[in-house]
Design a protein around this ligand. Structure first.
Ligand code: PLP
Length: 449
């Protein structure tokens, strides 16, 4: 690890000239979404920092917006639970009538333990678990995501009903790493393998009842609509298909200058395409969508403390803020170069009146643990204009609901998992996951006899 760290540091020094100054694109300072400055201080006093804070009102509002997706012949909204799998969140969505998109066999089990019926879960996974037959027998719906998965399903359930996930040959995503369609993506069955799919279907007398396409997160709405049309063409190939699942990927702006997808806008042409398909074929297809980001992105903020401040000279240098969190809680900036709003709050729970330019870093011994990368360039540092803060003050990291608590470099440097809390409608905070203990981190280690 030492060698790696040194390499990264050297690499970064050589790119230091490429530093982007003040990413607040139009000078806008980011603001709090659902917390007040006093809330942030209260969270710290009650739960410590760092703490993830979800907002139940936002989760419910986003679930209702997803359920209003335009559709011709019925809609099922599946929560892509990998975005944030806490039981409290699953229960809120279950109460709103959402179903589940699971990305692993373990997620299926987790959703059932949170109270979902097996029939309400569909599994689209890069790894079809060895125990998938048990899941199917309970009622979980499988979307075969590769030819070998389809073959395995056929062997286990000849004559059975199955979904097929295709890669339509076209992808879209916020970054190369979140694009899951096109020839550079391994997700789903390549569309030109259609004859091979039909061969396997015939061999095991399978009934294809669902077509699934999901092309990426943060998609361009125009590409998304085009893929909807291509997906309907795939439905023509299988007369038994009753449901088309178009996945997730609705872009959500986290920074104030980023735009969000309007589901009402992207949904209308999709609805019209379903109607045209019905006129043409007499088949009224049901629509499924699987939002993760849309439901969670702006439904959570991480409250964190500035635990150190370092200045590296005046002309070439920077003022670095070191937080008491980092890639161990919010990995997206280090992984994708994602931008998250960083809002300064004084230790007393007020907003600062002066601004300053900072490079904000995490607490890990890893130079890539960076909260202010250049946009889409995880290895280039950039300065952010934000409220002036000192050691002991707070920074609230907004936009931390999707792919944060559920996707982080957990336990790196032996930092325990941060607690998760839910802000309720009356303004109170309820703990939904305790802070991990060192004993829990060590629990599975064994001594050599
Ligand atoms: C991750 C994923 C989603 C959710 O994507 P978002 O961009 O978070 O909306 C939906 N469906 C499948 C199959 C996925 O893997």
């Amino acid at each position: 690890m030492l060698g790696h760290g040194r390499g990264r540091r050297h690499h970064q020094r050589s790119r230091a000239r490429a530093v982007v100054r003040a990413t607040a694109v139009d000078g806008r300072i980011e603001t709090l979404r659902f917390l007040t400055p006093a809330d942030a201080a209260k969270v710290k006093a009650t739960f410590g920092t760092p703490t993830y804070v979800y907002d139940r009102a936002t989760l419910v509002a986003q679930a209702d917006a997803a359920k209003a997706f335009p559709n011709a012949f019925g809609l099922t909204v599946r929560y892509a639970m990998k975005a944030s799998p806490n039981k409290a969140i699953l229960k809120i969505f279950k109460a709103r009538g959402l179903n589940i998109d699971a990305s692993s066999g373990y997620e299926c089990e987790r959703a059932m333990r949170a109270g979902f019926a097996a029939e309400d879960i569909s599994l689209s996974s890069q790894e079809l678990p060895t125990f998938f037959p048990d899941l199917v027998k309970q009622g979980v719906k499988i979307n075969a995501c590769s030819l070998s998965q389809l073959e395995r399903f056929g062997e286990a359930f000849p004559g059975g009903e199955v979904g097929v996930r295709f890669n339509p040959g076209l992808g879209s995503g916020g970054t190369g790493k979140t694009n899951v369609g096109g020839p550079s993506s391994s997700f789903g069955i390549w569309y030109e393998s259609l004859p091979k799919v039909k061969e396997i279907v015939e061999k095991y007398k399978l009934k294809v009842v669902r077509i699934h396409t999901h092309i990426g997160s943060g998609s361009d709405p125009a590409v998304w609509q085009k893929v909807s049309g291509m997906s309907l063409d795939l439905c023509r190939e299988f007369p038994g298909v009753t449901t088309l699942n178009l996945g997730g990927g609705y872009k959500v702006g986290r920074m104030s200058y980023e735009k969000s997808t309007d589901l009402q806008v992207v949904g209308v042409p999709v609805k019209e395409a379903f109607e045209a398909f019905a006129k043409d074929t007499g088949r009224q297809l049901k629509l499924e969508i699987e939002p993760g980001t849309f439901l969670l992105a702006n439904s959570c903020a991480v409250v964190t403390s500035v635990q150190d401040k370092v200045v590296t000279g005046t002309s070439e240098g920077h003022t670095f803020l070191k937080l008491d969190m980092g890639m161990t809680e919010v990995l997206r900036p280090s992984l994708y170069g994602s931008q998250h709003p960083l809002v300064s709050v004084s230790a007393a729970g007020t907003l600062p009146t002066t601004t300053a330019d900072y490079v904000v870093v995490g607490h890990c011994c890893e130079s890539g643990d960076l909260l202010t990368p250049a946009p889409d360039e995880p290895e280039t540092i950039s300065e952010r204009t934000m409220g002036e803060v000192n050691i002991g003050d707070l920074i609230v990291i907004e936009g931390s609901g999707a792919y944060c608590a559920g996707m982080s470099s957990k336990n790196y440097n032996s930092f325990p998992e941060a607690p998760e809390v839910m802000k309720l409608e009356d303004g109170s905070f309820a703990l939904i996951r305790q802070k991990q203990t060192l004993d829990q981190i060590l629990a599975n280690e064994c001594d050599i006899a």
